[in-house]
Design a protein around this ligand. Structure first.
Ligand code: MLT
Length: 269
């Protein structure tokens, strides 16, 4: 994968990786990660597709934009990356917050979306309880509790078995997340709090949707995602045993296989 950059008046610096040839597949990372999240799957996927992996604004090497960031801005940053690469249509795979970004993108640019894989993600808005929890986290981060917040949240993204077996992987994720400035974390939380329900985008969208579900996921719970997996007109469902919120690290081989199958279906390959 080659590291590239682009910019505009709205986005002073957007970092992304590009590699592979053929039909475009865009991988959007979740919170509080960066494009590097996909490092265990990008090689397998770039054997089949032209893979584009942006760092969303304020993540990885992309510049921070504002604490009041909106999901639509994040979607526009992806559009700028695709325009820079002269890509007009793509299949998107969004991990959790990356799925929320992909939905905002599909709402703004419906003709650009050939398919959408919701990787441990949901299409509704935050509940009031979830918004309140995020506000509490923002207040903790603003009072200097960023590292405590990160250390408490990251282990909960993984299955119990993975946590026990791969303490080093979890530790690395914690270290990476601790490097992200507090304002950047707050920007993502504000974007998530303010995002609307986007079921309609899937209902009205003329593209297939894949739902990757971890049986032990407490964020995009299997029950909730299964309920949403009838919203689109064509739905693929892949349920992973002994997996929580992070299949790209917990079960990367299965994820490459299932994404490849879905993306090929979308492009009728
Ligand atoms: C993520 O993995 O992107 C976040 O956990 C999503 C969320 O908090 O809703």
């Amino acid at each position: 994968m080659e590291v590239k950059q682009t910019s505009s008046i709205d986005f002073p610096k957007l970092n992304y990786w590009a590699g592979g040839k053929g039909n475009a597949l865009v991988l959007l990372h979740g919170f509080p990660q960066s494009g590097a999240l996909w490092s265990r799957v990008w090689e397998g996927l770039s054997n089949h597709f032209r893979v584009i992996i942006p760092d969303l604004p304020g993540a990885g090497d992309s510049a921070f934009v504002s604490r009041e960031m909106r999901m639509e801005q994040m979607a526009d940053s992806v559009k700028l990356v695709l325009d820079t690469e002269n890509i007009s249509t793509a299949v998107f795979a969004g991990h959790s917050m990356g799925g929320y970004t992909a939905l905002a993108f599909a709402e703004l640019y419906p003709r650009s979306v050939i398919g959408l894989s919701m990787v441990h993600s949901v299409c509704d808005a935050d509940s009031e309880e979830k918004k309140e929890n995020r506000r509490k986290a923002i207040s903790l981060i603003d009072k200097g509790g960023k590292d405590a917040f990160v250390k408490q949240m990251i282990p909960g993204l993984f299955s119990a078995r993975f946590r026990e077996k791969y303490k080093d992987v979890i530790e690395k994720q914690i270290q990476e997340a601790c490097k992200v400035p507090g304002d950047n974390l707050v920007a993502f939380y504000n974007a998530m709090i303010n995002r609307p329900d986007r079921r309609k985008v899937l209902k009205d969208g003329h593209f297939p949707v894949q739902w990757i579900i971890g049986k032990e996921d407490s964020i995009a719970s299997p029950e909730k995602v299964m309920n949403q997996s009838i919203v689109a007109n064509v739905n693929f469902v892949n349920v992973y045993d002994a997996c929580a919120h992070m299949s790209m690290l917990e079960q990367p081989v299965e994820l490459v296989k299932d994404l490849t199958y879905f993306v090929k279906y979308c492009y009728k390959m």
